[in-house]
Design a protein around this ligand. Structure first.
Ligand code: BEZ
Length: 160
């Protein structure tokens, strides 16, 4: 079943890169007692994600944080090394937390997994963005296939 507004985020874990290498972070650690913007992309370094979706958030991060958001996080079904390298490449600095849903478990838990086998990418996440307040979803924008519109940073900003 697909997550919807009013639902609690399912429990789960991501990998993030630390100075000591990849480490696990739970959804509770990430979202508990916080306002979090979480957006998901089909894959690191793909053109739409790299040149359009992710930069929309780096460009508007300061405005989003000024609305009381504690964390902006980007998730993809990639490993932590790739997510870290992508963040460095795109200059996200400390504005965006790069989350690796390496096995796709969290995409499945949200009901937002999607088969990108036509692109040789296997099962990934749909492109979406949500706002979670203390772990409860208050806004959710899921893109139609091929679109990069309602889940971009300007759309999220308008919901805050
Ligand atoms: C993209 O450019 O964002 C993209 C390309 C192929 C599959 C999914 C996403």
């Amino acid at each position: 079943m697909t997550i919807k507004v009013g639902d609690k985020l399912p429990s789960g874990n991501f990998n993030i890169m630390t100075d000591d290498g990849p480490a696990s972070i739970s959804v509770d650690e990430l979202c508990g007692d916080k306002k979090v913007v979480l957006f998901a992309v089909p894959g690191a370094f793909t053109p739409g994600c790299s040149l359009n979706h992710l930069p929309s958030y780096t460009n508007l991060a300061d405005e989003i944080y000024a609305k009381g958001v504690d964390t902006i996080a980007c998730m993809a079904v990639n490993d932590a090394f790739v997510m870290h390298a992508w963040g460095l490449d795109r200059g996200v600095e400390d504005k965006i937390t790069m989350l690796a849903d390496g096995n796709g478990n969290y995409s499945v838990a949200l009901g937002l997994d999607n088969d990108y086998s036509n692109f040789g990418m296997g099962v990934r996440s749909k492109r979406f963005a949500l706002i979670a307040d203390n772990g409860t979803v208050t806004s959710l924008m899921i893109e139609e296939p091929g679109q990069i519109d309602v889940s971009k940073a300007d759309s999220i900003l308008s919901k805050l």
